[in-house]
Design a protein. Structure first.
Length: 571
């Protein structure tokens, strides 16, 4: 490999990468700065942003620092000495204990320059820490799996599941009116706790407890799809409902009307998960749905959500403005809350006052003043917003704009020096502008207040281990919406297969986005009474991708299958 003379003051791995011709001097300085801004190790940054291959980086790092390199695929991590280190230390320093020999513990690292990690491990464990270089992508997956297993490790499930620390999250919810022996039935307690833990481990978003005349079923929503996971005896219908209602501090004697509550499940000293609970009376008992609310989802970072680079820049640019409105739109379950809270997390600094009004608050963030609206006692979105405006806010988040009063106050706030983030239920970005006009907001107010609209959907990602390339005729590609050049380029389209590392060929989800800045030309169209079609045409002229085009881009890059794109986006 050709070497380059390094003239700038670079040391360690960046200097070696420049010397080997893998990065330019300017690029090395830039990635060092950006990695520091994102609070990432240099190797983690390079791999996460696909700047360099993880395998190449591991080999170079091992050679540069004289540290052995190891393939994690060849290691049985089931025997890793995880008990020697706290999960917080593993996550903080991005290391993984691999094995122990006497008073020495060998830890997998992707960046051997992280000497502070070895010092803290030595201090925390009392053992001498020895670094072993491993590939960053494999290390990240192994750490995630290890921390998850540490969070939920409770010995024998049959003996210990009943001792999980669970508390109600809604202090205003109903309490138990009278004791009931069925509520504390030990097998039911352990069974429900196991279902909740399994749902967390599988990355589910909802748990459905559904009673019928002849059977009872429990389903999890994973990657947007419902799957049955258990069929307990129908005789347990009342006991399961009573246990869940007690956990959520609901009235177990009331079975005629829907009830809402909250459960907090403490998995470890550093991690807890909230469940939003809703009961609904059906013919054969109460159907209960638990929505899993993981605060970590708000801290994923904007890069993890699936925005294209130019879309991310538009969103970050709108967040950087001191006033105006950012609207996020899409159907229920399309990831609007996570998109909004990712923005709020970026804005959540000591010098900003952030207030949110939601129904209900789904993700709890320290440093943000969050309000649960309660229409029965007069605390509506509109009244909460009026109160916020007297609280010296910098940023206001509105869970949903449902009526003219809320819309008018939100628009007024955006026009008078506040940054307002809100959601609205429409199919795409252009329809959002006309929807506001339909609600009754004056067109000139819409044109001057709204800065950016994000329409989004969530789609299942193809599993990279088993996806299979398929040949699709040119005519079919053109019909799907690909351009002549794309159809003629012989690009590879992938389909789902299925393996032991995924579910039906899919693993995880990614967002599909239409990010539309409201330009002066669009503002004129709105004030002239233009319809959604005219606004969409103007957006296309300005280079805004619609949802289908954004989805095709992900199909082209092997992230989505055509079948999945057509499932989530219908035109």
């Amino acid at each position: 490999m050709a070497t380059t003379t390094v003239r700038v003051n670079l040391t360690g791995l960046p200097r070696r990468l420049v010397a080997d011709g893998l990065l330019s001097e300017a690029h090395a300085l830039e990635v060092q700065r950006e990695a520091a801004q994102e609070k990432l190790l240099l190797v983690s940054y390079l791999v996460r942003h696909k700047k360099l291959n993880a395998n190449i980086l591991a080999s170079i790092a091992a050679d540069e620092f004289g540290v052995p390199v190891l393939d994690l695929d060849a290691v049985d991590l089931a025997h890793a000495p995880l008990k020697e280190m706290e999960a917080q230390l593993i996550e903080k320093h991005h290391v993984l204990p691999l094995f122990r020999r006497g008073r020495r513990i060998f830890v997998g690292v992707s960046d051997p320059a992280n000497l502070r990690a070895l010092d803290e491990i030595r201090f925390g464990t009392g053992l001498t820490a020895e670094a072993v270089v491993v590939e960053e992508d494999k290390l990240a997956r192994a750490i995630e799996k290890a921390v998850r297993s540490m969070d939920t490790a409770m010995g024998d499930l049959d003996d210990d599941l009943g001792r999980l620390e669970i508390s109600a999250g809604d202090e205003d919810a109903h309490t138990l009116d009278e004791p009931n022996a069925d509520v504390d039935d030990a097998p039911v307690v352990r069974f429900i706790n196991k279902i909740m833990l399994d749902a967390i481990n599988k990355g589910a978003s909802d748990i459905h407890f559904e009673p019928y005349e002849k059977f009872y079923r429990i389903r999890l929503r994973q990657d947007g799809m419902l799957r049955e996971v258990a069929q307990p005896p129908v005789a347990l219908t009342m006991k399961i409902a009573a246990r869940l209602k007690v956990l959520a501090r609901l009235d177990i004697s009331e079975r005629r009307i829907p009830q809402d509550g909250r459960i907090k499940l403490k998995l470890s000293k550093t991690r807890s998960i909230d469940f939003r609970v809703n009961t609904c009376p059906t013919l054969w008992g109460e159907k209960i749905v638990l929505r899993i609310l993981d605060p970590a989802s708000a801290r994923l970072g904007i890069d993890a959500l699936g925005y294209e680079d130019f879309q991310k820049e538009l969103y970050l640019g709108a967040l950087a403005r001191p006033y105006g409105m950012i609207l996020v739109t899409g159907p229920t379950g399309s990831g609007k809350t996570v998109s909004l809270y990712t923005g709020v997390n970026i804005l959540n600094t000591q010098d900003r006052n952030i207030c949110t009004a939601e129904d209900p608050v789904e993700i709890q963030l320290p440093g943000v003043n969050q309000v649960n609206v309660h229409p029965k006692v007069g605390l509506t979105f509109a009244s909460a917003l009026r109160s916020f405006l007297r609280q010296d806010p910098d940023v206001i988040l509105v869970g949903e704009i449902r009526d003219l009063e809320t819309a008018e106050i939100a628009v007024k706030a955006a026009q008078t020096g506040h940054l307002v983030l809100a959601t609205l239920h429409t199919n795409d970005a252009p329809k959002t502008l006309t929807r506001l006009a339909d609600v009754g907001v004056p067109p000139y107010s819409i044109a001057t207040a709204v800065n950016l609209i994000i329409a989004q959907r969530l789609a299942r990602r193809l599993c990279t281990h088993c996806r299979r390339a398929v040949k699709i005729p040119r005519e079919a590609l053109l019909k799907e919406g690909f351009s002549e050049d794309e159809a003629a380029s012989g690009m590879e389209i992938y389909e789902a297969v299925g393996c032991d590392q995924c579910t039906d060929g899919y693993k995880g989800r990614t967002g599909i986005y239409q990010v539309m800045p409201v330009s002066e030309a669009m503002g004129r169209l709105i004030m002239e009474g233009g319809n959604a079609i005219q606004i969409a045409d103007q957006a296309a002229k300005e280079g805004v991708w619609d949802l289908h085009r954004a989805g095709l881009h992900k199909v082209k890059h092997g992230i989505l299958s055509l079948a999945e794109l057509n499932r989530v986006i219908t035109e």
